[in-house]
Ligand binder design. Structure first.
Ligand code: ATP
Ligand code: MG
Length: 556
């Protein structure tokens, strides 16, 4: 029910109104776009924007474009472009053939700028950046702009020469002629073109003037026939300028900008600049390090597209910025994996358990369910012999209070196999337990007690004779504090030194031999795991803990 209310989010209501009104809403169908700047990998914040844009189009039976917003001539990389496409696709969205680069529109943008000059709505300004700031005015004083009334012909000539490369960087700008006294400083004759003699990754040296974002973006939207331009809240104060551009150029359509709140998650950082710093300074192994809040990191960690979509659905869309708890993202993953993960056994801190009354040369097979609630997920075979591995923590020579696992004299259920009674252990010269001993009760096959006696503890195990070695990587928050960005400290000061714990020499059941990174497992009593997509192979198994079993998310 709550979901229904949320899906009626304010963006959808605005669109409903637009459709009902007709009028300015000229479109046949709703058309949105997701416009990332290809200067880094997508993160979970972008996933929200992807879901909002593609999801809104989906809801209204419309279309959503994927557009690289590459109007800045900085180092943009095909690596990023390909990764962005892969991530959006993986999230489950399809742009069909509507993939664009904003830089493709440079010629039209130039023409629209000329159109504005011709209409007396833009002029070439020769103030330096410093002067411009100085002349900006304040709430009670309008800005000053000495070149504002320069003749149209002169501006047209200068703008053409700007484009031809006659002037150096910063020498001139093109400014929109709007309102020097506006209470919204974005409207005080904003710069819409600047000179920048820089190589562009797609257009090369073709241009030495580049449009500013506020001028470029509405044009990109208009040229693509976007009806609703959904963006984050920081663009709210830019909307009047967006509308002004759209209203004053002879563009084919008049898109409407609607802003929604950015997603923030605690115990992590989200800006691409900071994520890049983590990568470049080797705090993590790469953009796809499973601790990163990037889509590729989450994917490698074992997140499913469904869990991320469910997360963005449930946090909803609002007008108020807020921070979501990391544990809620984990909660959504757990919810999804609980249904789809195959159950298996893995021992992360192994110690050998010897069943002293079980024949040494015997091996038994048990057919166990892959999922307790989904018979359609089938069964698998686990083998049992006189030598098993169990967790070292499942034995205590001298039990603490309420301890119900193995200690001398106590009975425990070896999951799905037999009931065993602990008889003792062997220790090395340092007093460390190296082997635990027990006797099994042949009457309890399958872990049942025919006489109905109570056995409280159940432990997981693997057969020492056919189990596989594995490396297991346990992850925790990348940062120790909820908001590493706040305060005067450097966010790097709050890196969690225990965000990655590597366990080598773990033992996993034989059925995991061919585990693929796309498979999802619940290791009994341990959590949800997947094979690492980069480092795992049948010769060297590596598992990532996607999320633990215990739900740390508390509904407020
Ligand atoms: P960052 O600040 O992380 O570098 P950005 O806004 O510069 O992000 P863009 O590539 O320009 O990154 O973003 C593409 C789209 O994703 C934009 O429409 C932007 O509003 C949206 N977006 C970016 N970060 C978030 C976020 N945390 N929550 C929701 N939407 C976001
Ligand atoms: Mg940006």
């Amino acid at each position: 029910m709550a979901d229904e209310i949320r899906s009626e989010n304010f963006i959808h209501r605005f669109i409903d109104e637009d459709i009902a009104e007709g009028g300015d809403y000229y479109g046949e169908r709703v058309h949105t776009r997701f416009p990332p700047e290809p200067n880094g990998y997508l993160h979970i914040g972008h996933a929200k924007a992807v879901c909002v844009n593609f999801g809104t189009a989906e809801k209204f039976g419309g279309l959503c474009n994927l557009r690289m917003d590459d109007t800045n001539p900085t180092k943009e990389d095909v690596e990023y472009v390909d990764a962005i496409k892969e991530d959006v696709k993986w999230l489950g969205f399809d742009w069909d053939d509507r993939f664009y680069y904003a830089s493709e529109y440079f010629p039209q943008m130039y023409d629209f700028a000329v159109e504005l000059i011709e209409k007396g709505l833009a002029y070439v300004c020769e103030l330096t950046g410093e002067q411009m700031r100085e002349y900006r005015g304040d709430l009670s004083t309008p800005a000053k702009s000495p070149y504002r009334d320069r003749p149209i012909e002169e501006s047209l000539d200068l703008f053409r020469r700007m484009r031809e490369g006659e002037f150096e960087d910063g020498k001139m700008t093109l400014r929109a002629k709007i309102d020097l006294a506006s209470g919204n400083f974005n409207m005080r004759d904003p710069v819409i073109y600047r000179i920048n003699h820089m190589h562009h990754h797609r257009t090369g040296g073709q241009w030495c003037i580049y449009p500013m974002y506020d001028f470029a973006h509405p044009i990109e939207d208009a040229l693509e026939g976007i009806t609703h331009s959904l963006c984050t809240l920081e663009f709210e104060a830019h909307r009047p300028l967006y509308d002004w551009v759209v209203a004053n150029i002879s563009a084919p359509c008049k898109p409407r900008q609607i802003e929604f709140a950015r997603l923030g998650i605690n115990n992590t950082v989200m800006s691409k600049r900071k994520l890049r710093q983590l990568v470049e300074e080797n705090f993590v192994s790469g953009w796809d390090d499973p601790r990163m809040p990037t889509i590729c990191g989450l994917r490698r960690r074992g997140y499913t597209p469904e869990s991320i979509r469910s997360f963005t659905d449930q946090i909803g869309v609002s007008k108020v910025n807020s921070t979501v708890e990391y544990s809620f993202l984990e909660h959504c993953l757990r919810d999804d994996l609980n249904e789809r993960a195959i159950r298996a056994m893995a021992v992360l801190e192994p110690v050998k358990l010897v069943i002293t009354n079980y024949p040494e040369d015997k091996t038994e097979q048990f057919e166990v369910e892959n999922h307790p609630n989904h018979p359609e997920m089938g069964t698998r075979t686990v083998t049992f012999s006189n030598e098993l591995y169990i967790e070292a923590t499942d034995f205590m020579e001298e039990p603490i209070k309420k301890y119900q696992r193995l200690y001398p004299g106590n009975e425990v259920r070896i999951k799905s196999a037999y009931i065993v009674k602990c008889t003792g252990c062997k220790k090395d010269e340092n007093g460390n337990v190296v082997e635990v001993y027990a006797e099994y009760d042949p009457e309890t096959r399958g872990g049942n007690t025919p006489d109905g006696r109570k056995v409280r503890g159940t432990i997981h195990w693997v057969n020492a004779k056919d189990c596989l070695d594995a490396e297991v990587r346990l992850y925790d928050n990348l940062f120790t504090v909820p908001d590493p960005d706040s305060g005067d400290g450097n966010f790097l000061d709050f890196i969690n030194p225990e965000s990655l714990v590597v366990r080598k020499g773990c033992k996993v059941e034989n059925s995991l031999k061919n585990a693929q990174s796309s498979d999802r497992f619940q290791f009994m009593r341990q959590g949800y795991f997947c094979a690492d997509s980069k480092d795992s192979s049948p010769e060297h198994l590596v598992f990532n803990r996607s999320v633990g079993l215990k739900d740390g998310f508390k509904k407020k």
